[in-house]
Design a protein around this ligand. Sequence first.
Ligand SMILES: Nc1nc2c(ncn2[C@@H]2O[C@H](COP(=O)(O)OP(=O)(O)OP(=O)(O)O)[C@@H](O)[C@H]2O)c(=O)[nH]1
Ligand SMILES: [Zn+2]
Length: 205
Amino acid sequence: MSIKYVASSTLPTSWGVFDMHGFEDTETGKEHVALTFGVLDAELPTLGRIHSECLTGDALFSLRCDCGFQLQTAMQNIAEAGQGFILYLRQEGRGIGLLNKIRAYELQDQGANTVEANEKLGFAADMRKYDMILPMMEKIGIKQVKLMTNNPRKVKAMQELGIQVVERIPLQVGKNRYNEAYLKTKSTELGHMMSEHYFVVDGES
Ligand SMILES: Nc1nc2c(ncn2[C@@H]2O[C@H](COP(=O)(O)OP(=O)(O)OP(=O)(O)O)[C@@H](O)[C@H]2O)c(=O)[nH]1
Ligand SMILES: [Zn+2]
C-alpha cells in the first residue's frame, strides 16, 4: 500500500465549507479523498466518518441502501459540531466495484440477499480493506476519533491500525421500504449494530 498525498482545495457544500484533500494509491491507481472541517487538534477526539464509495446511493439518490443518507447526515453533524473529517474511500460495492455491484443488484432483484448475491458472484460478503486510512489520517493530523458508523468491523479495523476510536456514534438514517430488507441483512449477517426500533415498519413507530 502506497498512499501519496496530491493536493488540497476548499469544497463549499450545502452544510458549510469543507477542505478537500486528494490522495492516490500508487499501487491500485485508486483516488481517495479526505474532507476536513474546522481546525483539527491531533490531541483531541475528532468526530469523523470512514465512508465507502456508493455511486448509486451517494450520487444517484438510490433508496436501495442507506449510504447517501449516512454521508449527508455525517456532513451535517460535522458542520454543526464545527469540526470533523470524512474519509471517502473508493471501494465501491464493498470492494467488488460498480459493475459487479450492479450484477449483485440483479441477483437481489431475483430474490438473493446482499450477502448471497456477492457469494453467487464468487466474492466474499465484504472485500474492503482499510489500511489506506492510516497515511490519510496522519496527513490530516488525527489520532483519536469519535466514529459515526454502525459497523463494528470498521471500528476493529481502525483499532488494529493503531487509531484510537474513543466513541462509536450510531448512524441510523435513511430506512425506507426499498432498503429495509437490506438493512436487516446487514444487521443479522454482517454484524452491523442497529437498534430494534430501526426495523419497525413505517407507521408502527
Ligand atoms: N456488493 C454490494 N455492495 C453494496 C450493496 N449495497 C451497498 N453496497 C456497498 O456497501 C458499501 C457501504 O457499506 P455498508 O455495509 O452499507 O456500510 P458500512 O460502511 O459497512 O457501515 P456504516 O459505517 O455503518 O455505514 C458501499 O461501498 C456500497 O457501495 C450491495 O447490495 N452489494
Ligand atoms: Zn449504498
